[in-house]
Design a protein around this ligand. Structure first.
Ligand code: PLP
Length: 374
């Protein structure tokens, strides 16, 4: 693949994560719940990985439950709330949540108990809007993603978290797109936090949910007493070790990467706007992830762009991976009130930590070449 620009869908396995996975699989393949010495070592290694992840997130290790990824983490949270909350309690979620928050909340709690928090024209939750909603609806929990997977928009989550605390609501953030791209060291202050390894160079099928406190227990998967009876099933220690290693390796590089990649991404956006004067970049005026550009192309359907770009050797997307293949199903763009015709022309590019200036300029050139043939 000459140039991969779909890092918000998934990332390649980081070499350090691969090494860690192999080492863990060879050395500690035993079941951490078994009672002999080698199993004890596997259990110790698992607990050490939990401590290291807690350090990276600023969360007590005891609050971390390892899962198969963000989808499971979010389902665990809402299924648990459905069991614990009083029947008349509601939760509030932002209008641009990933389907595994939106659909999970609606399915587990019932649509009537899920209130939507509107976003402004740039896709950001405004604190005064949240404050009004907290006063009017008094939700038990507010769920607002840290960074959006489609537009890359960042939410002012520390301010929103503080406001929820002041109004007695718990705060959850799906930080699957933030972790590994921006400083995650204070995300553990959220009551609940969701993360996914494959978004930051870890393996697929591994993630975590940080709970509000260590005593809290609302398992989605029932069975054995693994994860302190909070998630049944033999722990995927090699995957967990690889996930934590990926985050440890990437974290010290983040400020340098953000600086370099923001400049490259903005140069790409400028070239695109020059080549296509009617092109619109969604949420351009808001703080965004350094790797993401969500564009409304001036003409032609996004599927046409996607297939032609793929033939030219570039992997891009129509929006979120969950909606790819379905023209114009971007949740974010719909929440921003974009019309149906425009929705069909939405294209997302998302670069990586090591995308080069050549990669970004080749991407812009490929769009220009493809346009000539359309
Ligand atoms: N939440 C967000 C914000 C995402 O971007 C994704 C992946 O697309 C998910 C959740 C789902 O993650 P996973 O593939 O780990 O279930």
């Amino acid at each position: 693949m000459p140039a991969y620009f779909d890092h918000n869908a998934t990332t390649p396995l980081h070499p350090a994560a691969r090494e860690a996975w192999l080492r863990a699989s060879e050395k500690h393949w035993h079941n951490p719940s078994s009672l002999y010495r080698e199993a004890g070592f596997a259990s110790q290694a698992l607990e050490s990985a939990r401590e290291r992840l807690g350090d990276l997130l600023g969360a007590e290790a005891e609050r971390i439950v390892f899962t198969s990824g963000a989808t499971e983490s979010n389902n665990t949270l809402f299924a648990g709330l459905a069991r614990c909350l009083p029947p008349d309690a509601c939760v509030a979620i932002s209008a641009i949540e990933h389907p595994c928050v939106r659909e999970a909340a609606r399915a587990w709690l019932g649509r009537a108990r899920v209130v939507e928090i509107p976003v402004d024209a740039e896709g950001v939750v405004q604190p005064d809007v949240l404050k009004r909603l907290l006063l009017e609806k008094q939700p038990a929990l507010v769920s607002i993603m840290a960074a959006n997977n489609e537009s890359g928009v960042l939410q002012p989550w520390p301010e929103l978290l503080k406001m929820c605390r002041e109004h007695g609501a718990r705060f959850h953030s799906d930080a699957a797109q933030w972790i590994g791209k921006l400083d995650a060291s204070s995300l553990g202050t959220c009551d609940y936090l969701t993360g996914s390894a494959h978004k930051f160079g870890g393996p697929k099928g591994t993630g975590f949910l940080v709970l509000a406190d260590e005593a809290e227990s609302f398992p989605l998967l029932l069975g054995g007493p693994q994860e302190s009876s909070r998630r049944a099933g033999t722990e995927n220690y090699p995957g967990i070790e690889a996930m934590v290693t990926a985050l440890e390796v990437i974290t010290p590089r983040l400020s340098e990467v953000a600086q370099t990649q923001t400049a490259l991404r903005d140069a790409f956006a400028a070239s695109m706007k020059q080549a296509f004067p009617d092109l619109r970049i969604i949420s351009e005026g808001a703080p965004r992830l350094w790797n993401t550009v969500l564009m409304v192309m001036p003409e032609h359907s996004n599927l046409k762009w996607l297939t032609r770009m793929s033939r030219a050797g570039f992997a891009i997307s129509t929006g979120s991976a969950c909606s790819s293949g379905k023209e114009g199903s971007s949740v974010v763009v719909q929440a921003l009130g974009t019309d149906w015709e425009e929705l069909k022309r939405v294209v997302r590019v998302s670069g990586g930590w090591d995308s080069t200036a050549e990669d970004w300029s080749a991407l812009a050139e490929a769009f220009i070449e493809v346009a000539k043939g359309l």
